[in-house]
Design a protein around this ligand. Sequence first.
Ligand code: SF4
Ligand code: SF4
Length: 554
Amino acid sequence: MNDKNRLIELLKLRAASKNAALDDEILQELSKEPLFTGFTASAAVFMRDIIEAVLIEDMQSALDGIFHLSEDEIPDEYAESFLLLAQNLCAVCEYAEGWVLFNKNYIRFLLDDERPDEAMVIISDLEEVLPGDNELKSFRDRAGVTKVERVAIFGVSKCGEALAQRIEAVSNNKYRVTHFCDRTGKYVGEKINGAEIVSVEKLAVLHRTRQIDKLIVAFSGYTEPKLSMIYRMLKTAGITKNVFTVPPWFYDGAYDFVHESLQPFDGGAEMALDDALIEADMSREVLDFIMPLSNLNCNSSCRSCLVASPLTKPGYISLQSYRDDITRLRELYWHVCRFRISGGEPLLHPELAEMVKITREAFPITGLAIQTNGLLLLKDDGKFDELLEVMHKNRCGFQVSTYQPIIDQRDKLGKILSDHGVQWHWGQISGKPVESFWIFRMLEPVNDMEHAHRTCFTDKHCHTLYNGYVYPCFLPGSSEVIEKHFNVKFEDMAENMDKMRMDIHNTEMDGWEISRYLTKPTPMCRYCCFEQVRKVKWEQCQRSEAKLEDFVLV
Ligand code: SF4
Ligand code: SF4
């Protein structure tokens, strides 16, 4: 029990048992308390009067008494006892200003007495009730001790634990993880390394009452819930400030940006937490995933390619258009969790390195990767040296599609990329070759769009960005390519095209609306029929060999 509570308990006991003025006997008893030890006789008598006044609830007299006995009257050797007693009495009388005054005097006393650690405890207490107080700041500077910030981590997965370990390793006693938050409630009440696991509701209380200084969202980017969902959850709970996240490479020296696993990632291990922390802008939306398409053509020509690459002619998105789109995304979203620059085959774009730089500049902590079939890299003729250097510097990796030709050359590919310090991963976690493609698109809008969307297996992973528009998936764009190449019509598709994509430069839209749009069915879904899906063996084919039935259920 601290001094204040001890005094209060004592006073209550006395009041209950006697309800009378304090006599010498009581004073003697009180003086046994360390609080009174060493007090001068005159000061002690004064204190008796004050305590008497408190007991008969004459608060004004008690307060007058406290201030009547000034510090000057107290011999140096009793100053500490006096200051302790005075602040405790202010607490008993619920006189906040007096309590602050005597606490500050006590801090001053401790600093003069060269006891900075003890002073820091009181400074930290006071900072909770007086955030931003300049006098306390100067006390802290004088004490020369850095404030220990209390951190709560949102997430109890291995990402959460890895983050806590990293904070411990690099914080230099500046940060201490005091809580974890488990949104599912499953582990609430348990502890990780002494830090309590709490619910979202309890987290909100801790946040509101300033019992935590920073909330850091631990997030792999690949598992549910999506980051956007976490931030929405925090907003709903009233947590809108002091929320941070860290880049994927900060984790434990650090993070495999494509799969949910922890692996060495160049440079992350040396990163200080202060450099890694990015404060969330809770007034804007966060985007979970987007695939900007650099070009639609491809060097591989897979039969039944979902993007219809074998039917396209060479052509690239202009750098200016890409820059405009990324700049607009930055206005709409404070953070994009994962970017995968895709195609066609992005390595065919002559300015891919610039696209990487533009993306990284706009989104410093995004998980950035280029999706490729990898075949062009195998030549290793120096053509991609600049790109690989830019990728290395900008922490951009490759996600390599698992088609047999590149799997056969995996050792060569691995060596070329590791020589350039570029991370890469298979597009399919298993690394097994894609054996077949699925055809599920029809020429007529025969399906119920809600039903098709519900049964769709692509909508969570295929949000694309191309030439100023976002699309929930590849289908609207590739269906236009199919129309042109085979001279066919997807019935009433053209009339509905404005509902199958969204112009991100429309200033009436914000990030929240665009995100909502991307996850909802569109009229394009009516052409998809997953019940009648046709499986075709993966193989490469010439453009001239491509048939309508390679792309459409006919
Ligand atoms: S690698 Fe095959 S599936 Fe991928 S874009 Fe090229 S042609 Fe299409
Ligand atoms: S159009 Fe709709 S149902 Fe079809 S693949 Fe795209 S999101 Fe899925």
